[in-house]
Design a protein around this ligand. Structure first.
Ligand code: NAD
Length: 491
């Protein structure tokens, strides 16, 4: 069986304590590889490699040279995309159809930020002080730790890594303990593209050891974290002790809001895509479907008709719609939430059980599940399930839709379905979310900022906003003529 090592200083590196842990295929339930179990010594070696690169070869490169390396990496990713997609599917059980497109598309983040690398310009500030020249320069932060979850390991890494490298930082990555293989398979591409050793390192292991160890390491300047709000809060608290720069991409409980004037067939497909695509294991899941009461019954009827047809089974098969839940704890969590919803009085009108039918080779399958009669105060409407479980909540007026839509701790995304342009604009002003889709759902691009309001996090990834997370601005003052000034008075 293949044993994966850490990747430190441009080469594979065995774990200091010689321990490994298993990684499973969620579809078959089989252990298919072993992953290096990191400890504090491994974290320290990786951070030291990143620090050495930052102060050495990498720091000496021009921004144009960094951009060229990123473009070469993008080219290699496109070549390797099919292989990386298969590894993602083997490790996280998401559909090959989605993962193939995702690993290929991921190259665009490296290309976009490769182009941006030498276009980060400071400015000359019109100074109000005679004889003093003032300009700004944008500088990298230093060693950045990147901690990623299991649902889209390589894409979520691309959001961070491409921007951080373009800005001139060096990096230590810690992927999820459930899906480490794809990140480790990706590392040699950096080497092949020509990045100096130590610019990007990967240490695998558990959150409490490697993740927390990176956050606490004194030579790590910034942490980019994607994961649950509970872990994100711990990271934020720990980083505060050393006043580190933190960006957090956390969970969601996004409302998908359908008004009676919408194209209802398009909205039905949008609702399905919002909750059953990726088996609901996406931070942007439209897990609360808000339906205007006048269309509620006929919309639900059509939604159930389409959801019932979803083909459950092997994620490697191109005609599968819903794959397994990725991890055993997550599978149990989804089933627990279904019980909570039933106990709270929500009405289960579809699914609600583990799926053991045709195509369900392994364990970990949950039927696409729909609840009606959900009150927004119920736990099933307030807490992130991260599975194929939809809560339907009726509303009467636009004001009700805004109130219910915003009445959660999260604020990652929302969908609105309407043909009324005035209403679309009003909703875009009132919904407290980082991403809003109108008459579409689940669109994401390297060009557009992505991130959360409220408990969904802080900071933005992708687009021009994404690179600002990895830069700091320095203001430089130069006296054109030296003169002796009164030292007790501010210049
Ligand atoms: P998780 O919080 O359990 O783990 C995420 C990562 O953090 C893992 O690598 C884990 O090992 C590490 N970790 C855990 N505890 C840590 C600690 N104390 N210190 C440092 N690192 C620690 O999340 P998960 O179950 O892997 O992923 C699912 C969650 O991720 C969901 O809440 C989902 O909404 C969120 N997510 C958010 C986005 C976004 O962009 N907003 C994208 C994808 C997933």
């Amino acid at each position: 069986m293949h044993q994966y090592q850490h990747f430190i200083g441009g080469a594979e590196s065995a774990p200091a304590e010689g321990e490994y842990f298993d990684t499973e295929n969620p579809y078959t339930g089989e252990v298919w590889a072993q992953i290096a179990k990191g400890t504090a010594a491994d974290v320290d070696r990786a951070v030291t490699a990143a620090k050495t690169a930052f102060e050495g070869d990498w720091g000496a490169l021009t921004a144009t040279a960094r951009g060229k390396l990123l473009n070469e990496l993008a080219r290699l990713i496109e070549v390797e995309a099919p292989r990386l997609a298969e590894i993602e599917v083997r490790d996280n059980g998401k559909l090959i159809a989605e993962m193939s497109a995702q690993t290929k598309y991921m190259a665009e983040w490296y290309r976009y930020y490769g182009g941006l690398a030498d276009k980060i310009e400071g400015s000359v500030i019109p100074s109000d002080k005679p004889g003093i020249f003032n300009f700004t320069r944008y500088e990298p932060l230093g060693v950045c730790a990147m901690i990623t979850p299991w649902n889209s390991p390589l894409l979520l890494l691309a959001f961070k890594l491409a921007a951080a490298l373009a800005a001139g930082n060096t990096v230590v990555v810690k992927p999820s303990e459930f899906t480490s293989a794809s990140t480790l398979e990706f590392m040699p591409l950096l080497e092949k593209a020509g990045f100096p050793p130590g610019v990007v390192n990967a240490v695998t292991g558990f959150g409490k050891d490697v993740g927390a160890g990176l956050v606490e390491h004194p030579d790590v300047a910034a942490i980019a974290f994607t994961g649950s709000d509970v872990s994100g809060q711990k990271v934020y608290e720990s980083a505060a002790k050393q006043i580190k720069h933190v960006s957090l991409e956390l969970g969601g409980k996004s409302p998908n809001i359908v008004f009676e004037d919408a194209d209802l067939e398009a909205a039905v497909m949008g609702a399905i895509s919002g909750i059953f695509a990726a088996t609901g294991q996406t931070c942007i899941a439209g897990s609360r479907l808000l339906l205007q009461r006048s269309i509620h019954d006929r919309f639900v009827e059509r939604l159930v008709e389409v959801a019932r047809e979803a083909k459950i089974g092997d994620p490697m098969s191109l005609d599968t719609h819903v794959g397994p839940v990725t991890t055993p704890p997550q599978y149990q969590k989804v089933l627990d939430y279904i019980e909570v919803a039933k106990q709270e009085g929500a009405k289960c009108i579809l699914g609600g059980q583990p799926y053991n039918g045709e195509g369900a080779r392994g364990r970990q399958f949950v039927e696409p599940t729909i609840f009606t009669g959900v009150d927004n105060a119920m736990r099933i409407a307030q807490e992130e399930v991260f599975g194929p479980v939809l809560s339907i909540i009726p509303f009467d007026t636009e004001a009700d839709a805004i109130r219910i839509g915003n009445d959660v701790d999260f604020g990652l995304a929302a969908g609105v379905w309407t043909n009324d342009i005035g209403r679309a604009i009003r909703m875009s002003e009132k919904l407290r979310v980082g991403t809003l889709w109108i008459n579409t759902y689940r669109a994401v691009s390297f060009t557009s900022p992505f991130g959360g309001y409220k408990r969904s996090g802080m900071g933005r990834e992708s687009g021009l906003a994404g690179i600002r997370e990895y830069l700091q601005v320095k203001s430089v003052w130069i006296a054109q003529n030296t003169s002796v000034a009164n030292p007790f008075i501010m210049r």
